[in-house]
Every structure is written in C-alpha cells, then in structure tokens.
Design a protein around this ligand. Structure first.
Ligand code: SF4
Ligand code: SF4
Length: 130
C-alpha cells in the first residue's frame, strides 16, 4: 500500500493511475481496458524476432489486423495476447498511464505516425488535456 492509500479510501481509477504503484493490467481490464495498447505501433528491437515469424526479415514492426488495426497476435474474443511469453520487449515495458498518444489513437484511430505527432503537437499547443 502506498503512502497515499494509507488511511483513506482510494477509488480504483486513482489507484490504477498512482505512479507509485507498478502498472497492473488486470486492474486496468477490470476498469474497462480491452488491451487498448495493442492498437499502437509495436516496433521490434534490432535483432528481436517477431513472435509468429521467427525467421522473417524485413519490416521491423508487428503486423496489424487490416480490419481492426489491432496487433495480429491479439485474441479477438478476449483481447488478450496470444504470444504473451514471447511478446516483443516493448509490449512488456509499455505503461499506458503516461502515454498521451494512446488517448489520441483511441479517439481518432491510427492512420500514420505523422498524424499522431501532428495531433499530439496540436493538443499541447492548445492546452488540451490528454
Ligand atoms: S498497458 Fe495496455 S493492457 Fe495494460 S492497462 Fe494499459 S492499455 Fe490496458
Ligand atoms: S504482441 Fe501481444 S502484447 Fe504485444 S501488441 Fe501484440 S497482442 Fe499486444
């Protein structure tokens, strides 16, 4: 329990967002997350294998489902990762709680990195909260 939580009732969202606590995706799911981060660009590191195509060379991003824009390794039924044990490093280290870009993707969809950066810059310029 963090100092903030001691002796007070902390609502679940505040607890989830508390930077003093490690990210808890199970808690996030209970709050409504459907694996939202799996619609972001998943870039593989130099030399890192694609979980479903270990011998592939070429594009260094995990493929997206053409219809949903979600990662091809996300289970459409329960939105969980089907390659969890072999998932890319970036998936294991990602923390949605400090990523304003995810908000833009969820609100507007993902079309290109250029669109994402432009919208992010615009929001900062006009002081729009993520
Ligand atoms: S990191 Fe991804 S799966 Fe975990 S709570 Fe955030 S959006 Fe959901
Ligand atoms: S590899 Fe797994 S955790 Fe990573 S984006 Fe795809 S479904 Fe999500």
């Amino acid at each position: 329990m963090t100092a903030k939580e001691q002796g007070s009732d902390v609502d679940p969202i505040s607890r989830f967002l508390d930077p003093e606590r490690p990210l808890d995706c199970d808690e996030g799911r209970r709050l409504g997350c459907a694996g939202f981060c799996c619609c972001l660009v998943v870039r593989l590191k130099q030399g890192e294998a694609d979980p479903g195509k270990p011998d592939a060379t070429g594009p260094r991003c995990v493929e997206k489902h053409p219809g949903t824009g979600r990662c091809i390794y996300q289970n459409v039924e329960d939105s969980r990762c089907t390659v969890y044990a072999q998932r890319p490093e970036v998936c294991g280290s990602y923390d949605c709680r400090n990523d304003p870009l995810l908000t833009i993707v969820l609100e507007e969809g993902f079309r290109s990195i250029g669109q994402l950066v432009a919208r992010h810059t615009q929001r900062i310029k006009f002081g729009i909260e993520p």
